[in-house]
Write a protein that binds this ligand. Sequence first.
Ligand code: RB5
Length: 147
Amino acid sequence: MRIAVGADHGGYPLNERVIEELRSAGHEVIDFGTHDGAIPDDYPDYAKLVGEAVQSGAAQIGVLVCGSGVGAAVAANKLRGVRAALCGDTYSAHQSREHDDCNVLCLGARVVGVELALEILRSFVGAKFTGEERHRRRLGKVAAMER
Ligand code: RB5
């Protein structure tokens, strides 16, 4: 799968582990940085890059990492067609794909430990939208709100 990844300074260095994990699982990573956690930067810039990659189809899904994951999720969800899920557990991670067809995972590097974050990542990436009618109906209502 082609996966766009971005993190602000608060998301570094968890983001480096995310990239390593995705590549070792055979995914193609579009890496938007940052690669320097010592330089303060702004999470919306990364949310925009990753979200636009998903919007355009350059990436099938995206992963954003910031300190809490909250800012990244708020920003990414401003982009039409982007459904970003902030996850701190594996159940939410796979259900966000299966039921809500989420296409961006947000992680909080200051909240979840590295090993849990990687399990959440695997859970999200490995899950698929079920396509069931009830979920499509609900997503249709979300899309209507977006318009
Ligand atoms: C940066 O200090 C921090 O505010 C940011 O990474 C994120 O946690 C925002 O939600």
